[in-house]
Structures are given as C-alpha cells and as structure tokens.
Design a protein around this ligand. Structure first.
Ligand code: TXA
Ligand code: MG
Length: 341
C-alpha cells in the first residue's frame, strides 16, 4: 500500500533530551503533541497560536464552545496569560505544580479560540517534570485538553493516546509513564474578585484543601456534590462525558449476591479486591486492594477502557460513598460516564 494511503498512527517517543528537543520544535511549528501529565495525558499545542489550537479541536472532534486549559512551566509565567489577584497567588504558591486549574481574567495574548470567546482563561502548572520541560523548551504556554476523542474516557498512558487518535493529525506522543493521579485537575473559578470561589470540576486536588488554603468556603454546584441521577452541566462540562461505549450501571455496593445475579455477558467493577475472587470466574475487576481512593482514582480510566474493549454487554460499577477528598472527583467521573446518551 502506498504510504499516503496508510492510516496515520501516532508514534510514541521516550523522554530523552533529543526527543524532547524534537517535540518542542514540532510544537513551535504549530503541531499537536500528546503529553504526559500527573492527571491524564493531554493533547498539546502552542496556546498563543489559533492555527495550532484549531488542530486540537479537529483531532478531538471537540466543539469550539468548550475552552482549553493553558499549561505554563512555572507560576512566574502566570502574568503572561492571566490577571491574578491575591487569592490566585496564594493557591498558585501552595498548589503548583499540581492538579489545580485556576480560571482567571485573561490577557489579550490568549486567542479567543482557546477561551471559547470568554474573557477568562483556565491555567495550571502540571506536576509532571517532562511536561514542564517540554513547555520550557517550546518557549510558549501550551494549551492541552485531555487527549481523548471528545466524550470518551481520558487517557492515562501514552498507548491510550496513540490508540484512540489514529487517523488524526497527531504524529507524536511523549511517553511519561502512567499518570500518577489518574483523574483530571480540580478547576476553581476565581475570575470574580469579590465573588466566592466556585468549584467548576472536582479533580485530583481535594476541594477541602483549597478551602483550607484560602480560608474561605468554595461553592460547589449541586451537580458535583450529589452524584446520583442526572447532572446539570457546570460551565463547559457535559452531563455525559468520560464514557465507555459499553453501558455502565452504578451501585453504592456490589456484593456476591449481586454478582451471582448478573447476566453472563456482564462484568462487575468493584472498589476493592473481593475476598472470594475465585468464585467469580473472570468477570469481576477491582480498582484497589482495600478501597484506597488514590489507587481507585489512578486505575479508574485505564480499567474502564480495558473493560470497554473486552466485549462485555454491560459494566456494573461500584461508586465510593461520601464526597470528601478524591471521592468527589471519582463519583463525578463515574456519574458522567454512566449518563445516558
Ligand atoms: O488535568 C487536566 O486538567 C487535564 C490535563 C491535560 O491538564 N486537562 C483537561 O482538559 O482535563 P479538558 O479540556 O479535558 O478539560 C478542561 C475543562 C473543560 O471542561 C473546559 O470547559 C474547562 O476546563 N474550562 C477551560 N477554560 C475555561 C474557562 N475559561 N472557564 C470555565 N471553564 C473552562
Ligand atoms: Mg477532557
């Protein structure tokens, strides 16, 4: 088959100095590159170039009404893209690099395509050293949404990125290993200087931690607190998202009797390893040994992908109870993943 007819498959690059320099050069030329972060893999492009950012939307099939997060190498670059007040600096100093995104009034340098025409911009400093290295080498802030086709499960390995963006303009993915956090960053809106901070998306940094640092309450839209039923979308977020193609049903608890009653083509996804594993003949998976939220968050998306490609008719999944710490983000992702089309 002639090369031009072959389906384009992105290549995975190990994070050597040569490869980082090569990928930084590609970013400066306006290419999109798959990048590792501590939360999930991103699909990065020069945040100051509308042409480069347009390639992100095209590759993901993402509507341009959904704005992108701008990634900077250090908090000292915040002034280039956003206007930060005292509260923003306090969070930036305490939480960056890390899984926190701040929504702030934007600087004119940030193109409208990145912010979906809003006068605010979402910014964060990722904790993954190779991602920060790439930002520094490219010499510009990098816009990056999660590197999945729009609406699908977010990627937590380089192979996830390569496999789900075949046939797009993506040519290169930087391999930074498995994501340590496994769910996306927490997004807090601080764009109204007098207003109360607002949680737009629960994520890798518990909202209680943010309240402790700010010494004030952060308002949580009802939909992220109550995971049951249909979620009213927060700005830029959809009720259905992070979704496997296989139907997903949620439970507060799945016990041996529930599993025994499942149809034979269905799988169960538990929060912790069951004691009587052998009984379940291969259709039971678990996200942690004994219910640790960090492990559950880290394994969640990879497990949903694996189950989604294994041909099950339905996935029955347990949700963590409570909404403290990482439980809020895990419940949010599972609820959106299970929402009906
Ligand atoms: O952990 C993360 O945040 C990952 C990694 C790659 O950094 N990125 C990520 O991006 O999750 P994405 O595009 O999948 O989700 C970003 C969310 C979107 O729902 C978008 O609507 C919201 O951030 N967002 C971006 N800019 C915003 C703004 N100016 N105001 C309100 N929401 C905004
Ligand atoms: Mg996403």
């Amino acid at each position: 088959m002639p090369a031009s007819h072959r389906i384009r498959r992105p290549r995975i690059y190990r994070p050597t100095a040569t490869n980082l320099a090569r990928l930084a050069a590609a970013l400066r030329r306006g290419a999109i590159v798959g990048v590792p972060s501590e939360t999930v893999y991103g699909l990065a492009a020069d945040a100051l170039s509308p042409e480069a950012c347009a390639r992100i939307f095209e590759a993901k099939g993402r509507p341009t009404t959904d704005p992108l997060i701008v990634h900077i190498a250090s908090a000292s670059d915040l002034d280039r893209v956003a206007i930060a007040d005292e509260r923003a600096w306090r969070l930036a100093r305490a939480c960056w690099p890390g899984p926190l995104t701040l929504v702030l009034p934007k600087r004119p340098a940030v193109p409208d395509l990145v912010t979906a025409g809003k006068n605010t911009v979402a910014v964060r400093v990722p904790a993954h050293p190779q991602f920060r290295r790439l930002i520094r080498l490219s010499g510009r802030p990098l816009a990056a949404p999660s590197a999945n086709p729009f609406g699908y499960i977010s990627p937590t390995t380089a192979a996830h990125v390569r496999d789900s963006l075949v046939g797009t303009s993506l040519k290169a993915v930087l391999d930074g290993g498995e994501c340590a956090v496994g769910v996306e960053s927490t997004i807090v809106d601080l764009s109204r200087p007098q207003g109360r901070p607002r949680l737009l998306r629960p994520g890798g940094l518990p909202v209680e931690e943010i309240e402790r640092i700010l010494r004030e309450p952060v308002s949580r839209p009802g939909n992220v607190r109550v995971a049951a039923g249909t979620a009213a979308p927060a700005p830029g977020m959809l009720a259905r998202h992070y979704s496997p193609r296989t139907p997903l049903k949620l439970y507060s608890r799945i016990d041996a009797a529930t599993i025994a009653a499942l149809p034979s083509g269905d799988a169960a996804l538990l929060l912790r390893r069951p004691r009587d594993v052998k009984e379940f003949a291969g259709r039971v998976r678990w996200l942690s040994e004994s219910g640790q939220l960090k492990a559950i968050a880290r394994n969640l998306f990879a497990m949903l992908r694996a189950l989604d490609t294994a041909g099950w008719r339905c996935i029955h999944a347990e949700m963590p109870s409570g909404s403290d710490g990482l439980a809020l983000a895990i419940r949010d992702r599972l609820t959106r993943a299970a929402a009906r089309r």
